[in-house]
Every structure is written in C-alpha cells, then in structure tokens.
Design a binder for this molecule. Structure first.
Ligand SMILES: Cc1cc2nc3c(=O)[nH]c(=O)nc-3n(C[C@H](O)[C@H](O)[C@H](O)COP(=O)(O)O)c2cc1C
Length: 262
C-alpha cells in the first residue's frame, strides 16, 4: 500500500506511555497538521487546547471521572473545543449586523470542525511513532472553570498523546458490509446484526470465570448484556450526560428553543 494507508490500518489506542517527552517541534508539526484539516467556510471553528505542563495535567486528570493521565503516563493532552467565540468577536467588531452563531447549525459545524482537526492530529501523531487515545470523559469537563473558556466554547473531543510503552493488539472491526451501504440505507436484519457481532461475542469467552460469576449474579451472561448495563443503562447515560448538558448551558449554545422541526 502506501505509508498513510499502512499507518491508518495499524491504528490502535495506546493506554501506556514511556516517560520520553514529545519534542516541541514534533508537537508543533502534529498541531499544524491538525489545522490543515478541512474546515467549514475555512473558519476553523475550534480551539486546540494543549495541556502539557505537569501541574495542569494533574488538574485535568483529577477532573476526569477515571484518572487516565496519571495511569497511562501520557505527557500531552489535546482538547478540541468547538469554538464560535473567536469568529463572533471578529464579525461583531466589523459588522453592525446581529451575528447568530449559537444555534444548532453553528454548534454542529463547530463540533465537526473540532473533531476533524483532532483526528488529523491523531493520524499525524501515529505517523510519527506516537501513541494516542481518545477520552470520552473529555466531553464532560467543565472547560469554563478549568481553563477559563468563554461563552460559545464547548468540548468536542479529547486525545492523549505520548510515546507508546505497550503496543496493544489490533482491535476488531465489523466487516465492511456492516458499516458501508451503497446508494441507499440497507436496513440489516437481526440475523445480519448477530452475524456481524459474532466476533465480539467471542470476547466473552476470554472473560475470566471469576468475573463471569460476578456478572452472572447481575443476570449478565454475554457481551451485549454487559454493555447494555455498563454503557447504556439509563443511570449511566444520565450520569455521563450531566456534564455535557452543563457545558451546553455554560457555553450558551441553544439547540432547542423555538426550533420548528416540522
Ligand atoms: C469518542 C471516543 C471516546 C473514547 N473514550 C475512551 C476512553 O474514555 N477510554 C479509553 O481507554 N479509550 C477510549 N476510546 C478508545 C476506544 O476504546 C478505542 O478506539 C476502541 O476500543 C477501538 O480500539 P482501537 O482504537 O485500539 O482500535 C475512545 C474512542 C473514541 C473514538
């Protein structure tokens, strides 16, 4: 193939890093590659908040539900913030017209921009031999309190970076036919879905018997059942959504008021 495809096909999330610091010029190259990503209207509706000083990394770690940074030894975290603050200031300095950029269109455009730049960062970092790991918990961080972010700023994604100490196994993916539909949406049957996820179900066979016994006490006897409790129960989803809803409120984005969806 070619080096880009090879690097993409070799992606794996790294959760243990060496103490080798990321060289400043390497980090700058990675961040610059992030900013070369496509961006709505060429407006770069994001801020890449780089956390690399030990004190701030520790503060960030403590704010996470699970302290990934200290456990993994990652030396840099990048938060991709959807950011409509900067462009709003720019426009209002030069235009008398009211600038509306706090509604769903502007919110989703900025979130897309931020995530596209962040994935460019991941690809660039991996191409240079670094390891990366996204952290879903980044979306729950109060970036206004922690980092002084103003209104119209919302955390869209977070990635940890460092040189890998442990290179994990390549993880499974669903077969292409499960995720690629050609020319129209082909609604899968239950049998299709079961066949596609059969490999995932085999992970259950690797769960130690002692853990299986614990899960059996909760009435769980398979991967799908365990996921439905650990990731998709109403308690868990409510808990994980709370920080995001607070962030929405603090950012001033308004996704619902007066929306006529008819
Ligand atoms: C949006 C998002 C959130 C994630 N959150 C976490 C996380 O909080 N902790 C973690 O260890 N991995 C996290 N990951 C990494 C996934 O677990 C990982 O990508 C998936 O298991 C597939 O493994 P691979 O990346 O090694 O191929 C996240 C990935 C994405 C894209």
């Amino acid at each position: 193939m070619n080096p880009v495809i090879n690097s993409l096909m070799d992606h794996r999330s790294v959760r243990k890093y060496t103490d080798r610091p990321i060289e400043p010029d390497i980090l700058d190259t990675i961040l610059a590659a992030g900013t070369r990503a496509a961006t709505g209207g060429n407006l770069q509706l994001y801020t890449l908040l780089v956390v690399d000083d030990p004190e701030t990394l520790e503060k960030l770690d403590q704010a996470l539900e699970v302290p990934f940074i200290s456990r993994s030894g990652c030396s840099v975290a990048v938060l991709a913030l959807a950011d409509q603050f900067r462009v709003r200031r720019w426009l209002t300095m030069h235009s008398e017209r009211e600038v509306i950029n706090h509604r769903p269109y502007s919110f989703f455009l900025a979130v897309s921009d931020a995530l596209i730049a962040l994935q460019n960062i991941v690809i660039a970092a991996e191409s240079l031999g670094l390891g990366t790991c996204y952290l879903g918990g980044g979306l729950e961080l109060d970036v206004h309190e922690l980092f002084g972010a103003p209104e119209l700023v919302f955390p869209a994604g977070m990635v940890c970076l460092g040189y890998p100490e442990v290179t994990p196994k390549l993880s499974q993916r669903l077969p292409l036919e499960a995720v690629v539909h050609r020319n129209r949406y082909h609604k899968p049957t239950d049998d299709d879905i079961n066949a596609w996820y059969a490999e995932r179900d085999r992970v259950w066979d690797t769960v130690p018997d002692s853990r299986k016994a614990e899960l059996a006490e909760q009435g769980l006897s398979g991967i799908a059942q365990a996921l439905s409790v650990q990731k998709f129960s109403s308690e868990r989803v409510e808990q994980r959504s709370r920080g995001m809803l607070r962030n929405l409120k603090k950012s001033g984005f308004d996704l619902v008021t007066g929306m006529d969806t008819a």
